[in-house]
Design a binder for this molecule. Structure first.
Ligand code: DGL
Length: 378
């Protein structure tokens, strides 16, 4: 009885009053918020440590979509950069990403206007410290030309990585998501600084000067014939660079005012070559001609005579080669000194064209000065 009488007293002391219940609920609620905020700010703190990467989308197969009824056919440049990023799981663990759409084109339609827009946006993002690195999504057909153009005009040592894919997002074993993941991985890595523009596709990291497309449809298409990849990247081993960044010398040219580079034509040499393509190029206002020559940048007698006449009139003549590897060397079979020609060294015709355009735009027209710029790397 005594025991029984004592219990209500104990209960009364410990039982929460009607007023206390909401206070406890409030405390639990605010504890919940605080815990959530702590977790959130933990995430923020983690995210704050991640590099800021600006993704500039231009189109290409990486943004391509197939018509479900079509076999193999697809349209490039259908998906935005933002959608692309969202389709790749885990990117948010690598970097803080921000996507902007520069164009939505297949890169066969790449042009000076898009190049200038890319170059200006990248420079602005770096100069204003809006980004630690840039990733460009691009079609593969002219990816190497955009890479080389940007490599020559973007100032600073922050990473710029260009990426594409050979299969559209809707294909079985699409290569785009993996390539984009690896491109962001490379861009986020501080060891990528000071290496110029890098192309990342199919587990390889390649330099803007050397990378070229070598196969029309295979995912194993980009290679650097003279010097091999700069490095490798894969999900198992991460990133392996084959050499330190120090000493990778590259020139930077002023982006010309306006939105167009000077007209420079590529003339492709072959058996039975005559002078017509050279005369055509000049009559259409070419300020420069790049010869995609046979062998060591050679061509037929009539074509060489036409090139010599063009050089005498002030047209810049650069001898490159249609052969995929090796160097074009001065004064071997062709007397470059006498003819006032320039040789492209390791640059393929499409890249020699870009450098010639930038040099002409910058007022460099003397063959000796032009040759120095082409030989600058060695
Ligand atoms: N025409 C192509 C281009 O955008 C599609 C091929 C590709 O991206 O691989 O370059």
């Amino acid at each position: 009885m005594t025991q029984h009488a004592a219990r209500p007293a104990i209960h009364r002391r410990n039982r929460p009053s009607i007023l206390a219940a909401p206070l406890i609920a409030l405390a639990l609620w605010s504890w919940g918020i605080a815990a959530a905020q702590a977790a959130e700010s933990g995430k923020d703190a983690m995210a704050a440590g991640l590099p800021r990467i600006l993704v500039l989308a231009t189109g290409g197969t990486i943004a391509g979509q197939a018509d479900a009824r079509a076999t193999g056919a697809y349209k490039s440049g259908q998906i935005t950069g933002e959608q692309l990023m969202q389709s790749v799981p885990g990117l948010d663990k690598l970097a803080r990403l921000n996507a902007e759409q520069i164009s939505s084109i297949g890169s066969q339609d790449m042009n000076d206007k898009v190049w200038f827009a890319l170059a200006r946006r990248i420079q602005e993002a770096f100069d204003k410290n809006e980004a630690d690195a840039v990733v460009i999504t691009h079609g593969t057909d002219t990816l190497e030309e955009t890479a080389f153009f940007l490599d020559n005009v973007v100032r600073g040592d922050k990473p710029v990585v260009i990426v594409g894919s050979m299969r559209p997002a809707t294909a079985v074993s699409a290569d785009g998501p993996g390539n984009l993941y690896e491109a962001v991985q490379v861009a986020a890595d501080p060891r990528s600084r000071g290496r110029g523009v890098l192309a990342v596709l199919n587990d390889k990291i390649q330099g803007a000067r050397s990378v070229t497309k070598t196969n029309t449809t295979s995912i194993e298409t980009f290679s650097s014939a003279n010097d091999g990849p700069v490095g490798y990247v894969d999900s198992a081993g991460g990133i392996r660079f084959m050499a330190q960044a120090q000493g990778l010398k590259r020139a930077t040219y002023q982006l010309p005012a306006g939105e167009q580079l000077p007209r420079v034509a590529i003339v492709y040499s072959h058996a039975n070559m005559d002078a017509v393509p050279i005369e055509d190029a000049i009559s259409h206002g070419a300020k420069g001609i790049v010869l995609a020559g046979v062998g060591d940048g050679n061509t037929s007698k009539p074509a060489l005579d036409a090139l010599e006449a063009a050089a005498k009139k002030g047209v810049i003549v650069v001898r490159s080669t249609r052969v995929r590897s090796g160097f074009v060397t001065r004064n071997v079979e062709v007397d470059d000194d006498k003819n006032g020609f320039v040789v492209s060294e390791d640059l393929n015709p499409q890249k020699a064209r870009v450098l010639t355009q930038l040099l002409i735009a910058g007022g460099v027209t003397a063959p000796a000065e032009l040759q120095k710029a082409f030989t600058a790397t060695w």
